[in-house]
Design a protein around this ligand. Structure first.
Ligand code: G1P
Length: 273
């Protein structure tokens, strides 16, 4: 069982400035819902009921979002508009939220290591909220939990990416063992186009086994001083303990303005609002 899902959410969101000056980028809305709420819903869909959120300075709005607002509830009640908070109230009732602050920005691997105190010694999911994944059937994390139950090792979500965009991602070297399922041999973080081992890029969904923490503790920072999760996963991959999965669903790169606008437009058009 995967009970906990970690959300690295300490980044500055500089691409969205000035919008993210006083608002965490995870709180930017796609239509009426903040990005991180989509992630939490995906985790709940995978039956994870503890959300472990790695935050930083200026991220209080995330905690407030996943909490009761008595004044607002009272106002809405008198205006007979309580239904507007039904979805978020259901989420608050269905799961618990734990938080820890990452006080230095030292990369995704460091953010995940910071979350160790919340996760403990068990396998856990990781959702990067700015990779928004939409499904009609089962959420991506739920699809990955099924694979974890079968393979009992770390699982990463991948998608095919055009050559010119590979240098934005972790890229895998792997062999296909079943349709859309790969055993990873090696990985490289943000390779040059020429040295990318494949066109299969990692997107922001992971199930990690807890030995990842020990590996992260000894993972050296890269040239920019960041500890990369890709480097730690590489150690597991060398032992045959990483499965990559071409997930079902549509992924929007909401870390870029273009992807964010596209997500808003597509979801708006599909909801008919
Ligand atoms: C991170 C990971 C990268 C992965 C990407 C998915 O990069 O380091 O391996 O492909 O997320 O969105 P970031 O986008 O934080 O630079």
């Amino acid at each position: 069982m995967i009970n906990k899902c970690l959300f690295p959410a300490a980044g500055y969101g500089t691409r969205f400035l000035p919008a993210t000056k006083a608002i965490p980028k995870e709180m930017l809305p796609v239509n009426t819902k903040p990005l991180i709420q989509y992630g939490v819903e995906e985790a709940l869909n995978a039956k994870c009921n503890t959300m472990a959120i790695v935050t930083g300075r200026g991220k209080r709005a995330i905690e407030d979002h996943f909490d009761i607002s008595y004044e607002l509830e009272h106002q809405l009640k008198s205006a007979k508009k309580e239904h507007l908070l039904n979805d978020i109230r259901d989420i608050i009732n269905a799961c618990s939220f734990t938080y820890i602050r990452q006080n230095e920005m030292k990369g995704l691997g460091h953010a995940i290591l910071t979350g160790q105190k919340l996760v403990g010694n068990e396998p856990f999911g990781v959702i990067l909220a700015d990779d928004l994944c939409i499904n009609t059937r089962k959420g991506v994390l739920a699809q990955m939990v099924e694979l974890y139950d079968k393979y009992k090792c770390s699982i990463i979500a991948i998608q095919e990416v055009e050559k010119e965009n590979l240098s934005k991602y972790g890229v895998i070297d792997a062999s296909e063992i079943d349709s859309g399922i790969f055993r990873v041999k090696d990985m490289v973080e943000k390779p040059d186009i020429e040295s990318a081992p494949s066109n299969l890029a990692v997107i922001g969904r992971y199930i990690l086994t807890p030995d990842i923490f020990e590996i992260l503790e000894t993972t050296s920072p890269d040239k920019k001083g960041e500890i990369q999760i890709t480097d730690a996963l590489k150690v597991q991959a060398k032992k045959g303990n990483v499965i990559a999965y071409k997930f079902e669903g549509i992924r929007y790169d909401c870390g870029s303005i273009e992807g964010f606008v596209k997500a808003n437009t597509d979801l708006f058009n599909n909801s008919g609002k």
